[in-house]
Write a new protein. Sequence first.
Length: 442
Amino acid sequence: MSSIRLAVTFKQLHENISNMTDVEIKMAESRLDWSNILLHLAVIGLPFGHFTGMIPTGILADAFTAKWVFFWGVATSSAVTIIVPLALYRIGYLTLFFLRVLVGMSQSAMFPCVSKLFACWIPRTERSIVGGILFSSYPLCVILSYFISYLVRPTSRLWANSFYFWGALGALWCVFVRFFIYDYPPAHPRITNEEENYLNDKVPRKIHMVIPLRKIFLDDRVWTLLLGQVGVNFTIHMMLWDVPWQLRDGLGWTMEFANIVVVPAFLGLTFTSIISGIIIYYGLIKWKWDLKWTRRIASLFYVIPNVFICIQLYQTLEYIDVASFVIAAISLGPYYASFKVSHLDITINFPGTVFAIITTISETVGFISFVVLKNIRSITYERYCKINAWLAFVLTFSTISYYFGRVRVDRAPWDIPPHEADQYQEGLNRTQANSAGREKVT
């Protein structure tokens, strides 16, 4: 979200700089390069820091405390965001890249820490519904970032207000993290005995162990989850960055109007993410769905966005263009409700590290593939859009097919302490025997 709101701020500043006086332009050009280089550095800096910082912060969250890694990540990100305008004018645009890298590294702590808190607080059968609500905040925040960045920065001269607003909001969030988030149920001062007993019964107890990085990297379970996300991440990058520009160039819309079209799409995604979580929750609790097949069925929805994006490229009717994009977006709801919490099926003790490894590698591959293709100058824009859409379709279909056939939902051996291994295997054998008995009766 930070990359998007920054792109909005700087794109508007670049487009509106003609409204400045000659003196103001000369003063600005003496300090900054207002070309596309500035925008590219501003946007690329954050994901670069995000990719490089996520695995270290995930390890810190598992090895020490998710709450305080989360707190200092948000605090650092907020402080750096506030000083960005001053640094730009005092030092230069190259400083922006390094500041955005620092912001990305700070923000990279958020999801690994949230993953660790999930494992400590949320029962297994309730993770999809809570995950659907939690991760649905991402598309919702994309919408809010567009509009708030416009509201707090009404003219090109007030572009710095966007940074001050988001930095201040992050500082306020730090207060929330400090006083309302706790690593484990026993650490919460206001938890009741009934609530604590329920969580102790439903949520497995965490054991502090040395993080087995080598075993995690070599585990087939981890690579199945990782490969399953590569194509989806490529598609999400394309939907965030390319589709609004396609609506602008293909239909002759303004960028502002194209961005408005994104609103119903991402509102729909927020809704379907929550609904998907509710359906999976009731399926597992009341209808006794098999968790592995639940993950498999949910993964089939991840290909639907690519189908409608390809449809969008081969017709000229505006309403079909818009409808295709909206359907493509809302089809990703099961991704946030199922895929984003599926790593918790295989690990209890190292969720931050596993999430960081899966997300870092899959998003890096998806992002680099998207950026490389986007910067090929030997093809026309129309041809680029078609190649991009079909590549996303093939990549998503192939990786999801692999995931469908290889996904596992049992805990990995490296996650089980030696003194629990025999007990866990006995429980697993009983579960498999009960499942086989139900199938035989059926």
